[in-house]
Design a binder for this molecule. Structure first.
Ligand code: EPU
Length: 468
């Protein structure tokens, strides 16, 4: 293994990735891939729902443990397909991972490869983030191209330009990004302006810059709260990071970071999804822990629609119960944007709600090029939605008319979740297939929905209760 200050090994000498050591990888078993969710709709929801740790924050911070010598202990890590896949990516590099409930310990001292298992990296977007830490700590990396939800092209050009600015030679070989520090020692600080505030590129470049020699100034960076959570982990590991929360991040590189303890922030997207579940079923629920200020754009939209929302400390309550009988929620327009704009990760679930609201609502997806595949599935519930390019026009159904249960397919995580929400509000029975896509991002989904009073049941592989 080359270290930061050793001469860089020629790329053909990169050590093959070791097989994960079965004694060091204690992962929770994932759910079966072909499970379906059967929802008997129409129940009102009530009660309290606990919000899990943030998936997207956990993915980046799991990657960041590779920057650190020694053990890192992460708490509030959600048990999801994506986080266990990310743990397996680290394990394929030789890291030792131990899961115990929502706690994960990552030991990186025996990392013996800079080439993670490409099959694993190809399953999730977050797997690709390891390119930053590997390059920074070991001077080289060979990382397969990332996977993740099928919501558009999702290129990595900004990552590549940024890493080159930090002194890396980067090329694409056999569908892998192969990178090494050009000076034969390690990365060097630089200035880089992202053409678009990409979340993953910001996170990857932050991790790389922490171990680069000198100072790095990144501008037009993403401001998503998960960036601040990553910065807080890196700082606690010994990094010097400034400007978080603004559009410029300044990092003074340091020779080493050391394993640390960190609690993953609550998942604002899961919280927003449950708020939308209460709204679409015209119910009242409470949720915690949430950071209401991170959800202010959704809170404003739902309040404007007629919901009553209040919060005390980290507990939020939402009521969509009509104050007068027959009173509906009002539709609203949404344009997805980088934070603090309306989150693209709540767009599909919001569209499901809007299909039950009064008036015409216009939803424009401006972050991802192809994130409207749920529209044709929502139409199976009888939702009146028409699209033009990346814009959807959502009309209210006839007065008193409800969504009807349907047999639908969860092609991606958030789009799939919009179908679950539609199923909760619909009359009759809904069957959502390919739950494996929803299991990537929602921990203990059925348990949480059932505790709120929803009628949901998981069917394994070959079972079906509806005819095609
Ligand atoms: N983009 C480029 N070039 C790049 C990087 C990004 O053109 O080098 C484009 C993308 O194609 C996209 C836009 O920039 O059109 C935004 O992508 P970004 O890089 O910001 O997103 P990401 O890092 O791939 C993360 C989350 C997504 C979330 C987005 C936006 C993780 C693992 N994923 O993705 O989460 O939608 O930020 O907030 O953190 C989800 O949880 O369902 C999910 C898709």
């Amino acid at each position: 293994m080359s270290s930061k200050f050793d001469p860089i090994l020629p790329l053909n000498l990169i050590l093959p990735h070791p097989n994960p050591n079965p004694n060091s990888l204690h992962l929770p078993a994932g759910p079966p891939a072909a499970a379906k969710l059967v929802i008997t709709g129409g129940n009102s929801l009530s009660g309290h729902v606990p919000i899990s740790g943030s998936k997207n924050s956990a993915l980046a911070i799991l990657a960041a443990t590779l920057c650190c010598r020694g053990d890192s202990k992460l708490s509030n890590v959600p048990q999801l397909i994506d986080t266990t896949t990310m743990a397996a990516v680290l394990s394929s590099l030789g890291a030792e991972i131990e899961f115990s409930g929502n706690e994960v310990v990552v030991r990186t001292d025996r990392v013996g490869s800079v080439e993670p298992d490409a099959g694993l990296v190809g399953r999730i977007r977050g797997g690709f983030f390891v390119v930053g830490p590997l390059l920074a700590r070991f001077g080289e990396a060979a990382v397969g191209l990332p996977g993740g939800c099928d919501i558009g092209a999702r290129p990595v050009d900004i990552y590549v330009r940024g890493l080159r600015e930090l002194g890396a030679v980067v090329e694409l070989r056999d569908n892998k990004l192969v990178a090494r520090a050009a000076n034969g020692r390690g990365l060097v600080g630089g200035r880089f302006r992202l053409d678009y505030p990409s979340v993953g590129a910001t996170q990857t470049l932050m991790m790389a810059a922490c171990l680069a020699e000198g100072t790095t100034l990144l501008s037009n960076v993403a401001g998503e709260p998960e960036i601040a959570d990553l910065a807080s982990f890196l700082t606690s590991a010994g990094a010097r990071v400034g400007g978080v929360g603004t559009d410029k991040i300044c990092i003074h590189g340091t020779r080493q970071l050391y394993g640390t303890e960190h609690t993953i922030m609550p998942d604002r997207i899961e919280a927003g999804t449950f708020m939308l579940a209460a709204a679409i079923t015209r119910s009242r629920i409470s949720l915690s822990p949430v950071c209401p200020e991170l959800l202010s754009v959704l809170i404003d939209k739902l309040s404007g629609a007629g919901c009553t929302i209040s919060h005390v400390r980290d507990e939020l309550e939402l009521s969509a119960i009509p104050r007068r009988s027959g009173e509906g929620l009002r539709g609203f327009d949404v344009r997805t944007l980088p934070y603090p704009g309306f989150p693209t990760d709540l767009q599909p679930q919001t569209m499901a709600l809007l299909s039950t609201c009064d008036g015409l609502s216009i939803v424009e997806e401006s972050v991802f090029e192809n994130r409207l595949t749920h529209v044709k599935e929502l139409q199976k519930f009888g939702a009146k939605i028409y699209t033009e390019g990346s814009t959807a026009f959502v009309h209210r159904k006839g007065r008193g008319e409800k969504l009807r249960g349907a047999r639908v397919d969860a092609a991606d995580l958030r789009g799939g979740m919009s179908l679950v929400l539609a199923g909760l509000a619909a009359e009759g029975v809904t069957q959502v297939s390919r739950m494996c896509n929803i299991d990537r991002g929602y921990e203990s989904l059925e348990t949480k929905l059932r505790s709120l009073g929803a009628d949901v049941k998981r069917l394994e592989k070959s079972q079906s209760i509806l005819r095609s």
